[in-house]
Design a protein around this ligand. Structure first.
Ligand code: NAP
Length: 266
């Protein structure tokens, strides 16, 4: 069966890569893309893609759905719009595969409930790179034995949200194993605000933003006389595409929301 795919955010760095990936997949068809402004009739009109890439562009998801009937909507847009897109897709019986980060816990809970109620599968993956998912899993395992932890995430300087969705997801997974406790000296004082990073149940998260970076993360786990460093680097956006494909295939069989690729890999 061919899976009919629509992509929101097709002109972006991740979106462009996803367009090529879906177009080159034998069992998928790119039926349309969702934008928020009129940039042409088809994606070829944007001059970002070859002239034989003729998927039509819509600025309204309802019309996109009525005219191109996608099975799946891949969202690679911005934290500002992703919640509305995902909610609307579920209401229209389109299965969302979401790579955009920046959901609040409340929004995730609402979407989980909506997906369960409508029995429309949804996959939200803060990181589509398999190596990054393994790093998160290993960090969760190690936190049981080394519960003093700092996360350093590093991204390109055009990223809008901080900390990254991957860092938040890592902290969430670690918190399943690590009892809440403050780290560092009890009389510790920040001379410059933010020097100790964000506080997640006492664990610290630091966000680095620099040109040249793609997506990188280190989890540092310290113990008496030792430190374990878990590190993952995405050097280009191709690193995310096997996870995008796997999510599109898997969401077709699901009837609830899955948050994190670790729940769909063995
Ligand atoms: P990007 O290059 O800024 O691309 C975002 C694109 O979405 C832009 O072309 C933007 O258009 C478009 N857009 C904005 N609002 C829209 C809307 N309402 N409808 C349709 N399109 C809209 O960003 P990126 O690097 O590709 O990243 C996209 C998202 O994926 C970010 O949230 C990022 O954190 C996340 N990400 C996830 C993973 C993962 O593995 N899950 C990996 C990398 C990145 P304009 O530029 O014209 O505003």
């Amino acid at each position: 069966m061919t899976i009919r795919v629509a992509i929101a955010g097709a002109r972006g760095k991740m979106g462009k890569e996803a367009v090529h990936t879906v177009m080159n997949h034998a069992e998928m068809e790119l039926v349309s893309v969702l934008d928020y402004k009129k940039v042409g009739d088809t994606i070829a009109d944007t001059k970002l893609f070859p002239s034989n890439f003729t998927a039509p562009i819509y600025i309204d998801l309802e019309q996109l759905n009525a005219e191109t009937k996608p099975d799946v909507l891949v969202d690679l847009t911005t934290p500002e719009f992703v919640y509305e897109h995902t909610k609307q897709a579920l209401e229209l019986n389109i299965r969302p595969v979401v790579g955009t980060t920046g959901f609040s816990d409340e929004q995730l809970e609402e979407l989980k409930a909506l997906s369960k109620e409508s029995k429309i599968g949804c996959i939200i993956a803060p990181n589509f790179a398999i190596g990054a998912v393994l790093m998160m899993k290993f960090a969760e395992q190690a936190a049981k034995y080394l519960p003093d932890i700092e996360i350093i995430e590093m991204h390109h300087d055009q990223k809008l949200d901080a900390p990254s969705g991957t860092a938040m997801k890592t902290a969430h997974l670690i918190s399943q194993q690590r009892p809440i406790h403050e780290q560092g000296h009890v009389r510790e004082k920040e001379i410059l605000e933010g020097a100790r990073g964000a506080n997640y149940d006492g664990m610290r998260i630091h966000s680095v933003r620099l040109p040249g970076l793609v997506a990188h993360q280190q989890v540092l786990l310290g113990g008496e006389g030792q430190m374990l460093t878990l590190r993952h680097d995405s050097f280009n956006r191709g690193s995310f595409m096997s996870g995008v494909i796997l999510s599109i295939q898997t969401v077709m069989e699901k009837e609830e929301l899955i948050y994190g690729l670790e729940h769909i890999i063995d």
